[in-house]
Design a protein around this ligand. Sequence first.
Ligand code: KPL
Length: 300
Amino acid sequence: MKITILGCGALGQLWLSRLYQQGHDVQGWLRVPQPFCAVNIIEPDGTSFNRNLPTNDPEHLAQSELLLVTLKAWQVSGAVTALLPKLNPHCAILLLHNGMGTQDELPAHNQPILQGTTTHAARHDGNTIIHVANGVTHIGPASRQAMHLSHLAEMLHQALPDVAWHNHIASASWRKLAVNCVINPLTVLYNCHNGDLQRYPEQIETLCREVASVMEMEGHHTSCEGLMSYVMQVIQLTADNVSSMLQDIRAQRHTEIDYITGYLLRRGRSHGIPLPENTRLFELIKQKENEYERVGVGLP
Ligand code: KPL
């Protein structure tokens, strides 16, 4: 399959390498065009992949059947909007990022849109990408035109397992949003690894209760207890991780808070639900971001 990957960060390069190794015709798409993308991956079992893969060929883009978007949430609408006029009308767009709400920012279009989340962990170590831990990618249709695309889950699963297809992806996205609303800002607040959050069960419960109240109003059956046990499970499974938000704050980069807690607060507001603890954490992260963005570092 002809595929373009928009965003060649750690996760983008991991998908590039795996899809290439499965025999797909892949290219990367970079904001600042370069002749190729030097992909160097070290897998969890110690094996490595080193190869220069093609980038930014407009003909390849026009013929792509899949545009896999691995950008940060706040980069998505600008980058995808710029590519929309160049895509084949049948090209599916798969948005794979933390948080929710990016589709609402796209102009009207008829491309099939898929939404996904992943728990694969990958990070930069200089010019190398360390695939720290295997995980699960959940994908599903976010537009009517994408309902029949479950075969894409199978194709992606062959390249980078596990990939699960959901006809109702919104419930899986909300559960991941709950995880990110809890773990990401709290790891910034306490400047700690994910696993250290096990010390704060009461605060986690308060956050989960707030998220559950919005989820119920959005039509997703859930409970505070159910969400809390899921979040605790992720905290244990990713105990040694430095969350993506803490990594962003430490590197003075723009965070995904507007699409994580910010999205929750927007949905809560529309239902008239007050969310004091999530609001407090949202303001904390915005304040930290403002401290370095005001002086011009890390601006998106
Ligand atoms: O998605 C994550 C992130 O760091 O953004 C979690 C699940 C919290 C793992 O670190």
